[in-house]
Design a binder for this molecule. Structure first.
Ligand SMILES: Nc1nc2c(c(=O)[nH]1)N[C@H]1C(S)=C(S)[C@@H](COP(=O)(O)OP(=O)(O)OC[C@H]3O[C@@H](n4cnc5c(N)ncnc54)[C@H](O)[C@@H]3O)O[C@H]1N2
Ligand code: MOO
Length: 403
């Protein structure tokens, strides 16, 4: 059996990042920047007010807290408008949040500290420092600022910044188009009553969601029956039109493994037995240069295999620098016993932060590779090395799957 790290290293080495493309910034969310983003515009573009109130000359309201000051209101500026009036000593201009500061004014008094007197005067009952509530042009971003380095993942907030600096096109590693299919004559997906020996298809639905969560565009190829010609056609088409292929089932020792037969003919495959439980069997190869990840059919094994081998490789192809999920050392509130078998056990657990500031885990119970229901409620995988397991209260390394 191959150590998991060796299998990961091999797969990653075969899955280099895809060449960058220029895209409209609105579709860049979730993608990885391939070039630094340097600002060419300043933000904010002009001095403006942070509050609704009255633009004044601070010196005019210096004593207003003790003895309110009454000033004529000579103009009004809404956000999006501007005033041509140059504020003189002894004047005020009504101004709304975000509107440009009028020339001559150096501070804004909040409307709560004022009282309108008639139509055209205001009584001010607070003093302000020069510069109060004024947001200076460029105090967020200056032209030439290096805002985001290559390798940064574009978040919604970064899309907002790109909009604010008018960076209309950005260089990113492209989103991968990934074909997902499941194989097997026993699989049913149309909701009909099961016949003897049939089961309901679940892996493909689940893997499609995991691929989307990884940031890939999913091409659902469906269930391919145990028919070599059909499988060959589907795989060749998927390899020609997609960036990667994920299959589930048919990678173990079964006599009817058409997956093995077909991939043996059309792909350059490496069939592995990995020293982990679950997800021991795994296949990786290329069809005409397109990577194919052959995940085991047992549903839990499919998830674990995707997490440990396919997801990091797909992330690398999309330019991500951090390939693994976050990991940490947790407390096993209940022991995680096991027997020695030469494998690392990847135990699905529920992880929760306790009042002591540490993460605590307990087993998701049913750990069989067919027992998807229990795994579906887990949020982490505990890495239990070969041996007798983790005693009650001892530390255990975990990989967080969510949260
Ligand atoms: N003699 C041996 N037998 C098995 C070994 C072994 O080393 N020697 N390994 C076992 C392990 S571990 C695993 S994992 C499975 C992997 O099997 P395959 O990848 O060949 O998958 P299948 O045989 O097609 O299916 C296994 C199991 O999963 C169910 N399945 C398959 N596809 C789906 C799907 N899309 N949705 C829901 N369920 C699915 C299938 O019905 C089987 O029950 O091999 C062991 N055997
Ligand atoms: O790995 Mo199989 O994945 O143990 O059921």
């Amino acid at each position: 059996m191959k150590p998991l790290e060796d299998a990961q290293t091999f797969v990653l080495s075969e899955c280099p990042p895809h060449d960058p493309v220029a895209v409209d910034f609105v579709v860049a969310e979730g993608l990885v920047l391939a070039d630094d983003v340097v600002a060419t515009e300043q933000v904010p573009p002009f001095d403006n007010t942070a509050v609704d109130g009255y633009a004044v000359i601070a010196a005019d309201v210096a004593g207003a807290a003790d003895s309110p000051v009454e000033l004529p209101v000579v103009d009004e500026i809404a956000a999006g408008a501007h005033s041509a009036h140059v504020l003189q000593r002894g004047e005020a201009i009504r101004i709304m949040t975000g509107a440009p500061m009028p020339a001559g004014a150096d501070a804004v008094v909040m409307v709560e500290d004022t009282e309108r007197v008639g139509d055209d005067r205001v009584r001010i009952s607070a003093s302000v420092e020069s510069g109060a509530a004024v947001r200076r042009a460029g105090d967020d971003v200056q032209p030439g600022d290096l805002l985001f380095e290559a390798g940064t993942v574009v978040t919604p907030a970064i899309v907002g910044v790109l909009a604010s600096i008018n960076a209309r096109r950005v260089h990113v590693h492209p989103r991968l188009k990934v074909a997902v299919l499941s194989t097997g004559d026993e699989l049913v997906e149309d909701g009909r009553e099961l016949q003897p020996g049939e089961i309901r298809e679940s892996n493909r639905r689940m893997l499609a969601g995991m691929l989307r969560e990884t940031g890939c565009e999913v091409v659902d190829v469906g269930i391919v029956r145990d028919d070599e010609d059909a499988l060959e056609t589907v795989l060749l088409n998927a390899a020609a039109s997609c960036d990667a292929i994920v299959t589930s089932g048919g990678v173990s020792m079964g006599d009817y493994d058409v997956v093995k037969a077909v991939l043996g003919q059309i792909a350059d495959m490496t069939w592995m037995q990995i020293a982990i439980k679950p997800a021991k069997p795994f296949a990786f190869g290329k069809i005409e240069g397109t990577p194919i990840f052959g995940l085991p059919g047992n549903p839990v094994s499919s998830i674990v295999s995707f997490e440990m081998l396919a997801r990091p490789a797909l992330r690398r192809m999309m330019g991500h620098r951090r390939l693994a999920r976050p990991s940490l050392v947790a407390v096993a509130d209940e022991g995680l016993p096991r027997r020695s078998d030469g494998k690392v056990h990847l135990v699905r657990v529920l992880a929760e932060f306790g009042d002591d500031g540490r993460c605590h885990v307990r087993s998701a119970r049913a750990q069989g590779s067919h027992q998807l229901a229990a795994t579906a409620l887990s949020n982490a995988i505990a890495i239990v090395p070969d041996g007798d397991g983790i005693p009650d209260g001892a530390d255990v390394a975990i990989v967080m799957l969510q949260g």
